[in-house]
Ligand binder design. Structure first.
Ligand SMILES: Cc1cc2nc3c(=O)[nH]c(=O)nc-3n(C[C@H](O)[C@H](O)[C@H](O)COP(=O)(O)O)c2cc1C
Ligand code: SF4
Length: 523
């Protein structure tokens, strides 16, 4: 009997949302009707989201991609002999040769879209578990040192060195320590956490287990936003499989040491992504920011020392342990080591996930990968780093994507999401939206944010209406100063960034004269 031909149809929710399940059913039906032997693999997404559902056929030359495929395209694809990788209007050529993918440096995302996310065999066949096996032979302090050496910084937003955080937890004695994975992923235009959880869940489990061995924690929680039902289901299945295989439990991977974890589901508050609010929520309370100190690394979940890391930070740990700190540190620039999975969203022709070493520019992401605006109009502004990130005008698109370089232009890279806008955007409206967002999402603990964001919304509305414009702008700047300096956490403390960047770079949208500097850079 001939070997069935493998057909990869993503189970990632970005693909499901545009009909991947229907495509899978159509392929199954059509193959059966034609007596053709196929094996459908439900993989993660390769990250070329504008081509979803992107279906791949395994050919002797490699995987051939077709997309975006709808169920009604399937008979035509069989007619065109796609099982041999034949040409068709939806054919994209060999997947690995598509420039968007070929020109990436996938370390954290090495397996995503390649493997069946829930197959333990696939995971190991593609390098999985090598990091945990090495970590199991090392002293806890040596694991921590390796992570420090790699230069890995937190990918959730604040970019704090991961290994240093771990060192604090390791050196704090306690009966019980925890690993808490922040999978709240509330930033606008971000989806890399979701793609890892749906496309390669074992790498997150492995990263958390290594963190447990490193700091002496025996239990972990993954705090996932409720808007991610597919990620939650995939993680729960992966945890069950990992337990059954002995990768989790009383004797992980034959080390004689224990580690286990569970998924906890959030209830839809942006502030629950802030680490101390997340702890409150995990403890069953309303998500509200805790004052620091004490640091969660010393007194965190249930009062115990706790490592809190973003999904991408933890999912990057296995490759660092498997290949060594130097391998990872060789990527990137300055103090921004390794790679970052950038997420391209908003008004772009080719939205998706691009993992590259730090140091490339926004312009490269927008045009070489993003293909320019989806609307065909000129791009005008890009918000980088979520709702608290600055709006960058074209004059700043050549700044290298490096944590320090971005601080230098009063911006932040954050979780690596970018949202692009064309020249129809009204930046005064975006500034007002930033304040409204803060007002709605504020946890209410401190006054500059709770009251300031409401007043900020009102003041920007007055500016936009041309009501005592100069005076109101003065008031707005004053208010932003108070929020920047007086807020307890970054929600109130960073909302001024999008507001002030809009005012600075796009004053004409507020009915103000362009500053000489902005006019010169636009010329
Ligand atoms: C308002 C607010 C929302 C945040 N949302 C998230 C989030 O959704 N996911 C995340 O990983 N970090 C988020 N953070 C950052 C966390 O507080 C924390 O720095 C991070 O989880 C630590 O992990 P890392 O060091 O691996 O980045 C948020 C911070 C603030 C102030
Ligand atoms: S800045 Fe806002 S969200 Fe943060 S603690 Fe203060 S009120 Fe809460």
């Amino acid at each position: 009997m001939t070997k069935p031909i493998k057909i990869f149809i993503p189970r990632d929710s970005a693909a499901l949302a545009v009909g991947a399940n229907e495509v899978a059913q159509a392929v199954e039906r059509e193959a059966a009707a034609r007596g053709q032997s196929v094996q459908i693999v439900r993989n993660g997404s390769r990250g070329l989201l504008w081509l979803e559902p992107m279906v791949e056929v395994q050919t002797p030359e490699g995987r051939a991609a077709y997309g975006p495929v709808q169920a009604e395209d399937v008979p035509g694809l069989f007619d065109a002999d796609w099982l041999q990788g034949a040409s068709h209007p939806l054919a994209q050529g060999l997947t690995d040769e598509i420039p968007y993918l070929k020109n990436q440096q996938r370390l954290t995302f090495a397996r995503v879209g390649i493997t069946d996310p829930l197959s333990l065999g696939d995971y190991q066949a593609h390098g999985g578990l090598a990091g945990l096996k090495r970590a199991a032979t090392m002293e806890p302090a040596a694991i921590v040192d390796e992570v420090i050496e790699s230069g890995l910084r937190g990918r959730g937003g604040a970019a704090f060195p991961t290994g240093i955080k771990w060192k604090t937890v390791l050196s704090t004695p306690a009966e019980q320590k925890y690993i808490a994975c922040n999978a709240d992923e509330g930033d606008s235009g971000t989806f890399s956490d979701r793609m890892i959880m749906e496309g390669d869940p074992y790498t997150l489990i492995e990263g958390m287990t290594i963190a447990g061995l490193a700091v002496g924690a025996t239990y972990g929680y993954i705090y996932v936003r409720s808007e991610y039902p597919d990620a939650i289901a995939t993680l729960n299945s992966a945890i069950q499989n990992a337990r059954a295989a002995g990768w989790l439990g009383h004797d992980i991977a034959g080390t004689g040491r224990a580690f286990d974890l569970e998924v906890r589901v959030g209830a839809g508050a942006y502030i629950c992504g802030e680490e101390t609010s997340m702890l409150e929520s995990l403890e069953g309370k309303r998500g509200q920011v805790r004052s620091k100190p004490p640091l969660p690394a010393i007194k965190g979940l249930f009062g115990q020392p706790t490592v809190i890391n973003n999904v991408i930070s933890l999912a990057t740990v296995p490759i660092i342990l498997a290949k060594g700190a130097a391998y990872y540190r060789d990527y990137g620039m300055g103090r921004s080591k390794g790679t970052l999975p950038f997420q391209l969203a908003g008004n772009l022709k080719q939205g998706g996930l691009v993992e590259r070493a730090f140091g490339l520019t926004l312009r490269e992401l927008l045009y070489d990968y993003g293909g320019g605006s989806a609307s065909g109009r000129p791009l005008r502004a890009v918000q980088v780093g979520g709702p608290l990130g600055a709006y960058l005008p074209e004059s700043q698109w050549d700044t290298p994507l490096d944590y320090e370089a971005y601080v230098g232009i009063s911006a932040m890279i954050g979780h690596g999401g970018l949202v692009a806008f064309d020249d129809t955007v009204d930046m005064s409206k975006m500034a007002q939206y930033a304040m409204e967002f803060c007002a709605v999402e504020s946890c209410g603990k401190c006054t500059p944010c709770r009251i300031g964001a409401v007043r900020g919304t009102e003041v920007i509305a007055k500016v936009r209406a041309g009501n005592e414009r100069e005076q109101q702008v003065h008031l707005l700047r004053d208010l932003c100063d108070t929020m920047l300096g007086g807020s307890l956490c970054a929600l109130g403390g960073m909302t001024p960034y999008p507001v002030l960047s809009a005012l600075e770079h796009f004053p004409e949208d507020f009915g103000l004269a362009k500053s000489s500097q902005a006019a010169a850079s636009a010329a």
